[in-house]
Design a protein around this ligand. Sequence first.
Ligand code: TXA
Ligand code: MG
Length: 341
Amino acid sequence: METKLLDPALDPTALAQAAALLRAGEVVGIPTETVYGLGANALDEDAVGKIFAAKGRPQDNPLIVHIADFDAIYALSPAVPDAARALAERFWPGPLTIIVPKSDRVPAATSGGLDTVGVRLPAHPIARELIRLAGVPIAAPSANTSGRPSTTTAQHVLRDLTGKIPAVVEGGACTVGVESTVVSLAGDTPRLLRPGGVTLEQLREVLGEVVVDRALREAIDDSEKVSAPGMKYRHYAPKAPVTVVRGAPDATAAYIRAHADAHTGVLCFDEYAEQFHGLTVETFGSACDLAAQAQRVFDRLRAFDDTAVTAILAQCPDDTGLGLAVANRIKKAAGFHIVEV
Ligand code: TXA
Ligand code: MG
């Protein structure tokens, strides 16, 4: 299959072409402010099946459904809680996915067989225009091959999915860079399932109590010196194995210098790059600029795949604010192989 790059800046018919593909039950790479998504008609089981096939994604992993106006949520959920409205008022359009009870219109293929559905109203103008033109809610996971780092440029999508999908829409580099925060309102207490562009602190301002899901809490547990490698959790991963070095940046830089050899890749904060002369270094932002770190982290993890490194040692922010999301992605890339210094 030929994969077209549709660029609305160069071709005024680009979005109409992409919308026609979506209406015809095809999958299209779509820019959002978080990461690129692999979109299809969320209400069409066959179309959704093509997403799973293109990504190589396990069938029981539910998809997020993207809408262009708040009121579209009522067609997806028979019981939209007041808390969802409060969250939407503060954070939509934006990097937040809200899990609510699912209506029968949403096929089991979309929800991974669950009785809930994740809904998001993205901020990227191209994403919203495309959803409007398509006239249906759009299911979209991140547009990467399953297990690989998420895609934050159209070029990343082409790299993973050329030949497997008919088109990618060009929308520039994603401004947030990590996926949306996923919060479930389906239980008694709001629950954070994935940290992302909206921080836990911000969620608590609106919701009061928010439980941090156990899997996430264990992943951010600082009490253990070294976590188990846990290869089954490997995700967002470059080809070379990653080890996260956690601690104060000066200390982690010293640890990396002591443990690196000529084949080691180093993922580090901008300020520390000069300490790793002779090594393959990717910088992902200043130690004090979490927004830059979020924007760049997936691109820099992917960059190691163009090098010959056999192992990667990574610096990582702490869990404050957006740091929770950035650290989560790096730790997952490492299969939770973490060294505390
Ligand atoms: O920023 C994003 O959320 C991007 C862009 C494209 O919108 N999408 C994205 O989708 O990251 P994906 O499929 O890569 O990640 C969705 C996450 C998965 O961890 C999935 O298990 C969870 O959200 N999820 C979706 N629906 C759910 C549900 N009903 N219950 C629990 N978890 C759900
Ligand atoms: Mg993903």
